[in-house]
Design a protein around this ligand. Sequence first.
Ligand SMILES: Nc1ncnc2c1ncn2[C@@H]1O[C@H](COP(=O)(O)OP(=O)(O)OP(=O)(O)O)[C@@H](O)[C@H]1O
Ligand SMILES: [Mg+2]
Length: 172
Amino acid sequence: MIGQPFKPVAKWHNPPEWLELTNTIRSLAETDRFGRQLAAALTPGDVVGLVGELGSGKTTLIQSIGRALGVGESIYSPTFVIAHHYTGRVPVYHLDAYRLETRDMASSAALDDYFETDGITLVEWADHVLDMLPERTIWLYLQVVSEHKRQFQLFLPQPLEPRWISWVDGEK
Ligand SMILES: Nc1ncnc2c1ncn2[C@@H]1O[C@H](COP(=O)(O)OP(=O)(O)OP(=O)(O)O)[C@@H](O)[C@H]1O
Ligand SMILES: [Mg+2]
């Protein structure tokens, strides 16, 4: 059952428009393929905010993105620390904001650094730290349709950077 529509909340004075791309994913293999395709377009400095219920596939997708970015070790969710740092072809930062709230100033300060990096930052439960995420955040909303089926909605900030233009054409 597909739930609520998700729109990145416009908290900024001049919020960007987003190009919304919806993907129906039918298997783990398709999730992996989507992760590899997305990774191919990511560049250092990017922040990807993943939003979706428990078990929707955020960590699974991040594992595929990480592998595609050349991370050799297994990626698992940071439970007792805010972030894990991996070394692929570029630095990869994996954050899980499940237990965080933006109003917790201590964690806000600790998180800030991850949104201006020389690497790629992937944030699970990004809606928990919405106020902190940069305007250029790439959003991904994951919904469970059935056991192996998912709907992934990607929101790319507009105007699209040139690297996304050909990527979007390839997705169609
Ligand atoms: N197409 C699919 N894509 C992703 N995961 C799938 C798919 N089909 C089945 N699954 C299963 O759904 C589960 C997804 O778990 P995962 O830990 O990735 O979710 P999550 O969104 O990170 O959850 P949490 O909020 O608890 O961190 C896994 O057990 C995975 O095998
Ligand atoms: Mg997870």
